[in-house]
Design a binder for this molecule. Structure first.
Ligand SMILES: Cc1cc2nc3c(=O)[nH]c(=O)nc-3n(C[C@H](O)[C@H](O)[C@H](O)COP(=O)(O)O)c2cc1C
Length: 195
C-alpha cells in the first residue's frame, strides 16, 4: 500500500471565531476521510514580524524556519483564506513572503513552493465568498511555481454555512465541492510525488 499523502492545512485568519478556521476544519476532516495524513496548522502559534530586509539580515525569525520545515515535510497544502478589500489578507501574504526567503542551508525558499500541490478555498459572510482573494492567491502561488488545483471553493454567507456539531458545510452541494477540491489535491500529490 502506498504511503498516505501528508497534507498541511492552514487558515489565513488569526481570529478565534474565524469562519476560515471553521472551513479549515471542514477541509481537514474531508482529507482525513479520504486517507490523508493531516496537520492542522494554526498560524497563531507562529507569530511573525512584518517582513523587513534589515530584520532578516540581523536576526532571521525562528518561526519562519519552523514554517519552512513544515512546508518541506508535507506533500500538499490546503489554504482557507478570508478576502480583505478584494485581495489576500496581509497576514497571509506576509507568511508567504517570509517563507520564500532563503532556507537555513542557503537554498532559495521559493524551492519549497516549486511543484508543491496547493488547494485554495475562501469563506466570507459576503455573497461572493472571497472569490477575488482566490484569484490573487492563485496567481501569487503559481508565480512561486506551485501547482494550484484548478478547483477552488468560495463559501459565501459563511455565518450560516457550517453545521453546528460537525466539521461539515450544511449545503450538500458545497460540501461535495470541498470534497472534490480535496480529492483533486490528493490525486495530484500522488501523481506528482517523486517515486
Ligand atoms: C480589513 C477587512 C477587509 C475586508 N474586505 C472584505 C472583502 O473585500 N470581501 C469580503 O467578502 N469580505 C471582506 N471583509 C469581511 C471578511 O470577509 C469577514 O470579516 C470575515 O469574517 C473574515 O474572515 P475570518 O472570519 O476567517 O476572520 C473584510 C474584513 C476586514 C477586516
Amino acid at each position: 500500500m502506498s504511503e498516505a499523502i501528508k497534507l498541511l492545512t492552514l487558515a489565513g485568519s488569526l481570529r478565534r471565531a474565524s469562519v476560515n478556521r471553521r472551513l479549515q476544519r471542514v477541509v481537514s476532516q474531508a482529507a482525513r476521510d479520504q486517507g490523508a495524513q493531516v496537520t492542522e496548522l494554526d498560524l497563531a502559534d507562529y507569530p511573525l514580524p512584518v517582513y523587513d530586509g534589515d530584520l532578516e539580515q540581523a536576526e532571521f525569525p525562528e518561526n519562519v524556519r519552523k514554517l519552512q520545515s513544515l512546508l518541506a515535510e508535507h506533500d500538499a497544502v490546503l489554504i482557507s483564506s478570508p478576502e480583505y478589500n478584494g485581495s489576500i489578507p496581509g497576514m497571509l501574504k506576509n507568511v508567504i513572503d517570509w517563507l520564500s526567503r532563503p532556507q537555513e542551508d542557503g537554498t532559495p525558499g521559493t524551492a519549497l513552493f516549486k511543484g508543491k500541490v496547493i488547494g485554495i478555498s475562501a469563506a466570507s459572510p459576503g455573497r461572493l465568498g472571497g472569490l477575488r482573494c482566490l484569484l490573487i492567491l492563485r496567481d501569487a502561488l503559481a508565480k512561486l511555481g506551485s501547482w494550484v488545483a484548478p478547483t477552488q471553493v468560495a463559501v459565501g454567507g459563511a455565518g450560516d454555512a457550517f453545521e453546528a456539531d460537525a466539521p461539515r458545510l450544511s449545503n450538500d452541494k458545497q460540501q461535495k465541492q470541498i470534497e472534490g477540491l480535496v480529492r483533486e489535491v490528493l490525486d495530484a500529490s500522488g501523481a506528482l510525488r517523486p517515486s
